[in-house]
Write a protein that binds this ligand. Structure first.
Ligand code: NAD
Length: 494
């Protein structure tokens, strides 16, 4: 009886823990991948995992489709629609991959180990440990730049992760409901309903557009009292927003914002932040400078990327990284300069390209190709050694010639496999949503340099994002969110 129950229990256990429990193969190298963003996940998707003992480490057990994150701040899209569980990616791999939900706190290059720490609220017996590697891919991204400006960290919302979007969503409604509170003064109502976005890059522009949409489509219909005071301001230090787009698209964006009554304050550099206002230095047309205090209810800070401490620490361990400031300097094969068997992808690596999802995705795919090829090369080299041993033992000329031919064939194969060129980025175009069902796009591959803006571009933007969405599950969820918001309006509960 026990035997049967035991067998049953064991087979259920087997079902629930398939190859997951397999021990690392001592014959294979251990490949550790840090991060579950665009770079690391596109590597994972294309990697032949049976060639290595693959270990993935990330504090986030999901991939996040970041281009649609601004839509989560207004409830147009629910955040779970743009998350894809990493376990879902891993279970589709041929050989098992280990995943540890943890943050890499330190990389010791000399010792070839990564120190990891799990800040889970549920305390297990171990929350800190080390993971040794033979090969390491670093795809940990960047953190939000604050340029050491006082008050930014304490008072503003960023827009990088799911919880940032959730915080903004709550904060918008908190501002609106507090402004509606009994006996609130006019000035306080104005302040609470002033939504300030700092940084006129694509992140800031897309968020400002989404927020104004939210007001136009839903908020002003449901809470008409806020009509006269709800206001979005975009603050940018440079003379114009979206510097990576052409003059024509910048003008289109600026005129759309004007129609929507979003204020753009260019040549305005934020120098200090308090809990209720920002202090900015304005460069006047005659070149003189004035300081202005701008009160806000919600402050969203989108001024680009800064290097993460774990990366800065690693750069300190490698002399060749001494002169690098913005991240890990890599060569044309994405190998970290001055390090062996360490690669970097995405926003933590410094290449000649902008730190975008598109670049990170292509870098990850390139590394997958490189690693798959390296494994193949190893295999052929092993066969070659075997063949030359065999050749020495050959007795007849005929045997010897046959082995010789085989060796020649393998050598040819080896040369062909080794011919993997350096990483080359192929730009598919830039696309940014600017609100009012309009988008700007710079699509270079459509013959020459076509720049386009407007509603058609918006439709293209929507379908492009839908087809880029990670899985068909995500695609369905996002499409349903769009329909839901059209039919019922966005959900304004806090
Ligand atoms: P960004 O670096 O592109 O723009 C930040 C802006 O903030 C700059 O224009 C800068 O002048 C301004 N700024 C900095 N400090 C300031 C201050 N103190 N006061 C006022 N303004 C200040 O940052 P981002 O928009 O977060 O984008 C980061 C990267 O991600 C970029 O490479 C971008 O291309 C990419 N991205 C692309 C898309 C898209 O293609 N749709 C969307 C989001 C992000």
């Amino acid at each position: 009886g026990l035997g049967l129950t035991g067998a049953l229990v064991y087979s259920i256990y087997e079902l629930r823990h398939p190859v997951e429990q397999a021990d690392p193969d001592p014959e294979k190298k251990t490949l550790v991948i840090l991060g579950t963003g665009w770079g690391s996940v596109s590597l994972l998707k294309k990697l032949d995992t049976e060639n290595y003992n693959v270990v993935v480490i990330s504090p986030r057990n999901y991939f996040l489709f970041t281009p649609l994150l601004p839509s989560c701040t207004t409830g147009l899209i629910e955040h779970r629609s743009i998350m894809e569980p990493i376990r879902n990616v891993l279970r589709q791999k041929k050989a098992s991959v280990k995943f540890y939900e943890a943050e890499a706190t330190k990389i010791d290059y000399e010792k070839r180990v990564v120190y990891i720490s799990d800040d889970s609220e549920i305390k297990g017996d171990i929350s800190q440990t080390e993971v040794p590697f033979d090969m390491l891919v670093i795809g940990v991204g960047a953190e939000n730049a604050t340029f050491g400006i006082p008050g930014v960290k304490e008072n503003s919302c960023f827009l990088k992760e799911v919880n940032d979007a959730q915080k903004i969503r709550k904060r918008i409604m908190d501002c609106v409901e507090t402004a509606m509170f009994k006996d609130q003064s006019d000035d306080e109502v104005k302040r609470l309903l002033h939504m300030v976005v700092v940084g006129g890059g694509p992140t800031g522009v897309e968020f400002a557009g989404e927020l104004q949409d939210f007001f136009n489509d839903d908020l002003k219909k449901w809470i008409p009292e806020i009509q006269d005071n709800f206001h979005v301001t975009l603050v940018e230090a440079l003379p114009n927003v979206l510097p990576m787009f052409s003059k024509q698209l910048i003008d289109y964006t600026e005129s759309t914002f004007k129609e929507e009554s979003i204020s753009i304050r260019t040549k305005t550099m934020v120098k200090n932040v308090t809990d209720k206002s920002i202090e900015a230095e304005i460069t006047n047309p005659d070149g003189s400078k004035t300081l202005e205090t701008i009160p806000y209810g919600l402050l969203v800070w989108a001024t680009g990327n800064a290097v993460r401490p774990v990366i800065r620490d690693l750069m300190g361990q490698i002399p060749a990284q001494k002169d690098s400031r913005r991240g890990l300097a890599v060569n044309e094969y994405l190998v970290v300069n001055g390090a062996e068997n360490v690669w970097a992808v995405g926003d933590c690596a410094i290449t000649n390209y902008a730190p975008t999802a598109q670049v990170a995705g292509q870098e990850g795919a390139f590394l997958a190709r490189l690693f798959n090829t390296m494994a193949k090369t190893d295999e052929i080299e092993k066969e070659l050694t075997k063949l030359s041993d065999q050749q020495a033992l050959c007795k007849t000329d005929e045997e010897r010639n046959q082995t010789f031919d085989e060796i020649r064939e393998r050598q040819k194969q080896l040369r062909r496999t080794k011919q993997i060129g350096p990483f080359q980025y192929s730009h598919q175009g830039s696309l940014a949503y600017i609100g009012k069902e309009r988008a700007v796009a710079d699509i270079s591959w459509l013959s020459g340099n076509i720049a386009s803006g407007g509603t058609l571009t918006y439709l293209f933007w929507r379908s492009a994002y839908l087809s880029m969405c990670f899985s068909s599950r995500n695609r369905v969820l996002v499409a349903m969110d769009w329909v839901k918001a059209r039919v019922f309006g966005r959900d304004v509960s806090r």
